[in-house]
Design a protein around this ligand. Structure first.
Ligand code: FES
Length: 106
């Protein structure tokens, strides 16, 4: 089963048990992760920067395309609630969505 590594959170590694879970659900199984709209694709607070493994991600969804057009989602970022993985992925928490009680590295 694939692994998700959060590079700027002490390289925390999460073993994905069920590929039917969204990337957000996988992340939430091991850490706190912002998700203001509850995973409905109506905000960008759940976004992650993809460092490696983008080839293992599901295709971009309509909300992601719309936020990209509004410059609220960079080309290397994905909404984790809209994304499913099929292999190992390394992500980073963008500065603007980091939570104050967690200790991120640069
Ligand atoms: S939690 Fe709002 S878009 Fe993912």
């Amino acid at each position: 089963m694939p692994n998700v590594i959060i590079a700027n959170l002490q390289s925390k590694t999460i073993h994905c048990e069920d590929k039917r879970e969204s990337l957000l659900d996988i992340l939430l199984s091991a850490t706190d992760w912002m998700h203001a709209c509850g995973g409905k694709g109506r905000c960008t607070s759940c976004k992650a920067r993809i460092l490696t493994g983008s080839e293992h991600l599901s295709g971009k969804t309509r909300p992601e395309d719309q936020y990209a057009k509004l410059n609220k989602l960079r080309s290397d970022e994905r909404l984790t609630c809209q994304t499913y993985i099929s292999g190992d992925v390394t992500v980073e928490v963008p500065k603007e969505t980091q939570l104050p009680h967690l200790n991120y590295s640069e």
